[in-house]
Design a protein around this ligand. Structure first.
Ligand SMILES: [Ca+2]
Length: 99
């Protein structure tokens, strides 16, 4: 009887090791910050990510309209810029903005 109980306990222990939840660091490594193309593809923010109350600034006299449908999240913006400051080269608070 005790042999069966210890076998069950060992099996449960092995099962626990197999069903390990991936750490947040593993999830973070799936996002690529190498350039905007890779960032938009891997983060699923197709229109970029910007500060919560930020806005895309277009050059004076430009005919293009500012991007407004980017992901509004100061926290995610800071993470992206910390990894690669070039993701927001014009420093307007919106990284990888695209229509
Ligand atoms: Ca920008």
């Amino acid at each position: 009887m005790t042999r069966t109980a210890s076998a069950i306990a060992a099996g449960a222990l092995a099962l626990t090791a197999l069903v390990a939840v991936p750490s947040s660091a593993d999830a973070a490594t799936k996002i690529s910050y190498t350039n905007c193309t890779n960032y938009r593809a891997s983060s699923h923010f197709r229109h970029g990510v910007g500060r919560t109350h930020g806005g895309d600034k277009v050059k004076l006299g430009s005919k293009s309209k500012p991007v407004t449908n980017f992901k509004h999240s100061t926290e995610l913006y800071k993470v992206a810029i910390k990894h690669n400051p070039d993701l927001d080269r014009d420093r307007d608070g919106v990284a990888c903005e695209k229509h």
